[in-house]
Design a protein around this ligand. Sequence first.
Ligand code: LLP
Length: 426
Amino acid sequence: MDNFKYINGSLYAEEVPVEQIVAAVGTPTYIYSRQTLQTHYRRIAESFSPLHPMICYSIKSCGNISILRELAGWGSGFDVVSGGELFRALQAGGRPAAVVFAGVGKSDAEINEALDAGILLFNIESEQEFQNINRLCGLRNITANAALRVNPDVASAGTHQKTLTGKKETKFGIDIDRAAAFYRHAAAASHLKLTGLHLHIGSPIKSAAPYVDAITKALALIDELARENIVVDTLDIGGGFAAFYEGNEAPSAADYAAAIVPLLAGRSLKIILEPGRSISCNAGILVSRVAYTKQGGSKRFVIADAAMNDLIRPTLYESYHFIWPVNPGAELMPPNRTAALRTPHDQCVDVVGPVCESGDYLAKDRFLPPLKRGDLLAIFSAGAYGFAMSSQYNARPRAAEVLVTGKTWSIIRRRETYHDLIAAEL
Ligand code: LLP
């Protein structure tokens, strides 16, 4: 699952003691394992290799340019949703010809930046957006390629309401029953070629079945269009593969592939995948120091120096992140990472941060070994949508980011300073 392991009672990131890193960098700090990133990237690449897919890592999950540089080096392209993410991809040495651009509200400036760069594909989300990109290409007298994001109206049990996208009545894409008409109209456009179909049904999708439903519907549409001589040669199946938060709940890349590859093998479609979380989630932990402990009514609080501004997922999605001391001692090494884990000395606590909101918590009613001021905590499975969704709320400088490779580590984002908080206001 990852390369964060307890050895003799202390947590290591690959071969580096976590305590050694935070002694130099402080807390809170995100620590990423290059090996874990690579393992998850490779598993997807290998499992889907019969389809020769283009893997476009979804930058929004974890967009540090040092991480993007590694991925580009392994052959990954990028899924971007803003001019800023495109900028990150290019700064990291990403190939423009392996960039796909999604998002319901692309501005003219962002579209022009993508045209300047020469990206592979615009993933179109509405009629007006299609007309606008066609117009902007016309002004340059060039032709660009597009895929239509189709909303297949599939159910995906277990995905939080706020991250569900494949049902009707979400803002994403075009309903599948309107899609054929969209392709027919688009055929008349002179500067934007609509030759692709894009799906992204939500995140995380904890089984392969919704993909099978969505792809089956997409293939029926592609066949219907082919009978009218409208050629769709690219299928982008989006992201959404699950990661490991609580033990082994996520299907493996091979499980997803076993269901998806047979549907697409033998078709001459160019396949694109946009995994984010399944690559970055388990590759990162957030390390925090216990500032204080206290009792509040019947509740025991552990007040950490990381807060909702550093990791907003628990309060935003009620999501579970396994938390354990960095140095629990040899007798308290966690046998697994499930919510049901109990050790003889455990106390039931809320792990909260210093932000002035009751919603500022990292864990509620969690059984943890006794903790005291100064102890270090590791918050696991934090690589995806962790730092990426962090903010400076309460004027808290954002955390540092560190990348570990074997025995070596480097700061890939320095901790922000107070001056960074006001730099854009001067
Ligand atoms: N492609 C598109 C068009 C997307 O919108 C997304 C994620 C992805 C790919 C990557 O999905 P992934 O493989 O990472 O599941 N903040 C939420 C997740 C929001 C996902 C948004 N779109 C969370 O922390 O769970």
